[in-house]
Design a protein. Structure first.
Ligand code: C5P
Length: 404
């Protein structure tokens, strides 16, 4: 029996010449026993006929957002709810831009904005459109939001040019679908892991903010390691440049207050790892207009303390995660300070690292860490941040094993 039998795919076809290849994709999926439901954009219908799509899928094609009959029988939310995976093939530059910016002006974009399911996109466009900085920015945003991407391939294009931009072949897209849907195995299957990462940005006015040098690399590597062990991972992240790890649900935030609210929404969870470099203070009265240089001297900023996210969640009574892990970035008295943090913040384990300038931890790829628990200290490294992540998740997986 095919790995995909009895799965439901919601296929979104947008308007590019590669839309004809989506017909072959539907055929392959149907042969594998998949139920394929299709949304076509207005432009897609210029390239392939809805009647052909309906004949291949054996289902009605969905196209209009405000189709009363559809909304009564099966709303656009229901279309995504009933699917195991959303696949956008071809994903045009325009639809990718809409997705990246959260537009919702037709059924395809509205469904993509409203879904909580994994989305796989197969971009297809002219080589110049693909290599344009705007498309690269949109692609990076989509990856950060957790989208999976297959292709595009390089080759001769319908427009006569040569280069990357051809949609991945239908058979390749089927393999990507299988990979996305294959049931997980690993020590953390059935466990939910919450991870914070990156810096926070505390606004001074609409154009200025206070932040720090955190790259998010260590937190992202931990999220990736947790997902590899089969965990359901929520990565609550401040603004960073690192791409979203595969199979991780991204929650993008800016300030410490937003980060705390996002973490609270992820409770209950089995493991919570607080790797973010949260700003300790925020500006007391964030200005609603840009503060002007008016010649009357420099502004005096007043600060208030930010909530301690780790401490708040660790002391959450019945909603306390089974295991709470904190980080301690120190420039002196590393172990002593970490032990102090362990008890003050109420966590089970502290990962302590020396962030003195010469150690190049902020933004670097290496880390030397000390695992501090009530029962002792383990010294790891120097190791790559990926190795630290893997070892840490291995250790945490063994610790939660015994927990209900
Ligand atoms: O107190 P300090 O900032 O050194 O503590 C570091 C640990 O606490 C890290 O795990 C960090 O993510 C977390 N933290 C937090 N909220 C804050 C400050 C720190 O979650 N406001």
């Amino acid at each position: 029996m095919s790995k995909l039998a009895d799965k439901t795919i919601l296929l979104i076809i947008s308007g590019g010449i590669a839309a004809y290849k989506s017909l072959e994709l539907i055929r392959l999926l149907k042969t594998a026993g998949v139920r394929v439901r299709v949304i076509m954009t207005r432009a897609a219908k210029e390239f392939v006929s809805p009647l052909t799509v309906a004949s291949l899928t054996g289902e009605k094609v969905h196209d209009e957002l405000f189709n009363l009959t559809d909304e009564i029988e099966m709303g656009h939310i229901e279309l995504s709810r009933a699917a195991d995976l959303l696949v956008v093939a071809p994903a045009t530059a325009d639809l990718m831009a809409k997705m990246a910016h959260g537009h919702a002006d037709d059924l395809a974009s509205t469904t993509l904005l409203a879904t909580d399911k994994q989305v796989l996109i197969a971009p297809a466009m002219n080589v110049r459109m693909w290599t344009h900085a705007a498309t690269a920015r949109n692609l990076a945003k989509l990856k950060r939001d957790g989208a999976l991407v297959i292709g595009p391939n390089e080759g001769e294009m319908a427009c006569g040019e040569f280069g990357p931009g051809r949609m991945a072949e239908p058979a390749e897209i089927v393999v990507a679908i299988e990979t996305a849907l294959t049931s997980k195995t690993g020590a953390l299957v059935g466990k939910k892991v919450l991870i914070t990462a990156g810096p926070t940005r505390e606004a001074i006015d609409p154009v200025r903010y206070i932040s720090n040098h955190s790259s998010g690399k260590q937190g992202y590597a931990i999220a990736e390691a947790a997902a590899r062990l089969g965990a359901d991972v929520a990565l609550v992240s401040g603004p960073v440049e690192v791409p979203a790890p595969a199979g991780v649900r991204m929650v993008a935030v800016q300030s410490a207050v937003d980060m705390l609210a996002a973490c609270e929404r992820e409770l209950p969870c089995d493991i919570a790892i607080f790797a973010a470099a949260v700003a300790d203070w925020r500006v007391a009265d964030e200005a609603t207009q840009k503060i002007k240089k008016d010649g009357k001297g420099v502004p005096a900023l007043k600060f208030v303390e930010n909530p301690d996210i780790l401490k708040t969640i660790a002391k959450r009574g019945s909603q306390r995660p089974g295991l709470v892990v904190g980080f301690a970035a120190e420039t002196e008295n590393l172990i002593e300070n970490a032990r102090d943090k362990l008890s003050k913040k109420g966590c089970d384990l502290i990962v302590a690292n020396d962030v003195s300038k010469d150690k190049n931890v902020f933004g670097g790829d290496q880390n030397s860490v000390h695992l501090v628990t009530a029962s002792g200290v383990d010294n790891w490294g120097p190791l790559s941040k990926h190795d630290v992540a893997q070892r840490l998740m291995g250790r945490l997986a063994s610790l939660v094993k015994g927990q209900p």
